[in-house]
Design a binder for this molecule. Structure first.
Ligand SMILES: [Cu+2]
Length: 293
């Protein structure tokens, strides 16, 4: 009996993830750092416990019935074939439970789809095998690819051991940067095949489909680095196009955005000058031709 009790306690600890080892395994859904992710986690736990209660009740009655009314104890089977009262009860109770679960779930779903009042819009485009981020109102865009050391570590005989690389395969060269506490609307599409943009800590995942724009939103409450992955099998290097989002304070974000704009301007200045020179040369040549005629 003692052993059964001990096994039960161990089982419950396992289920609830209370032991440090289990907690480190990150078995449960993450609470995350956004209002939506917390709501989704709350729903997940609520439905889990509803399911646990239903399972306990159903299996309890079943095990009790099997044990108590067994043939060896002299149980005699009932002879009735139909019972309207029982049919009504076992139809109405599940309907009530389903409706009770659907109400909070529908509320959260509506909230997830409500992208109104966003303060920053970022367009995300999936490519085989990288992401492009465009800050549509600021003229800033860049590609985000797997960090070089991680790319080397994944190759055989590269001399870089995967265990030596922190956040293996979850690091990029240019992360998406967003401000803390602001509603960020993300427009998601793809340029070749279907990908999916997923950041567990934001509780958000949406398919990136060529020729189609999906959207999601998040408002990160805490600064930090949040990591995710492409969540749609998209080809050979599907496992090598991580998502990294850096949440900075508004001031840090503004400074970062200004630096990006300045870098873009500096990069495009020689090209713009060259284009202007080319246009002038063409115009002069055209005038010469006209004069000669
Ligand atoms: Cu992908």
């Amino acid at each position: 009996m003692k052993m059964v009790k001990r096994a039960f306690v161990a089982g419950m600890a396992l289920l609830l993830g209370t032991s440090p080892a289990m907690a480190a395994w990150d078995l449960n859904l993450r609470v995350g750092v956004t209002e939506l992710s917390r709501e989704i986690y709350g729903l997940h736990m609520l439905i889990l416990w509803v399911c646990v209660a239903i399972a306990a009740a159903v299996f309890g009655v079943m095990i009790y019935s099997i044990a108590t009314f067994r043939k060896s104890k002299g149980a005699v089977p009932a002879t009735f074939e139909h019972n309207t009262k029982a049919e009504i009860i076992w139809t109405v109770i599940p309907v009530i439970i389903l409706v009770a679960m659907a109400v909070p779930a529908a509320k959260t779903l509506v909230k997830i789809d409500d992208t109104r009042g966003s303060e920053l819009t970022v367009k995300v485009t999936g490519y085989q095998w990288k992401w492009q981020y465009e800050y549509v109102d600021h003229g800033v865009s860049f590609f985000s690819t797997l960090a070089r050391t991680h790319d080397e570590a994944r190759q055989l005989d590269s001399g870089v051991a995967p265990e030596s690389v922190e956040n293996y395969l979850l690091e990029v060269d240019h992360p998406l940067v967003v401000p803390q506490g602001k509603k960020v609307r993300v427009l998601i599409t793809a340029n070749d095949v279907i990908h999916a943009w997923w950041v567990p800590d934001f509780g958000m995942k949406k398919d990136a489909i060529p020729g189609y724009i999906n959207e999601l939103w998040f408002r990160a409450d805490e600064t930090g680095t949040y990591r995710g992955q492409c969540a749609e099998l998209c080809g050979r290097d599907h496992g090598f196009m991580p998502v990294v989002v850096e949440v900075k304070t508004q001031a840090e974000f503004d400074a970062w955005l200004e630096a990006q704009k300045a870098a873009r301007q500096a990069a495009s200045a020689p090209a713009a000058r060259a284009a202007a020179v080319a246009t002038t040369v063409e115009t002069v040549a055209a005038l010469r031709v006209a004069n000669a005629e």
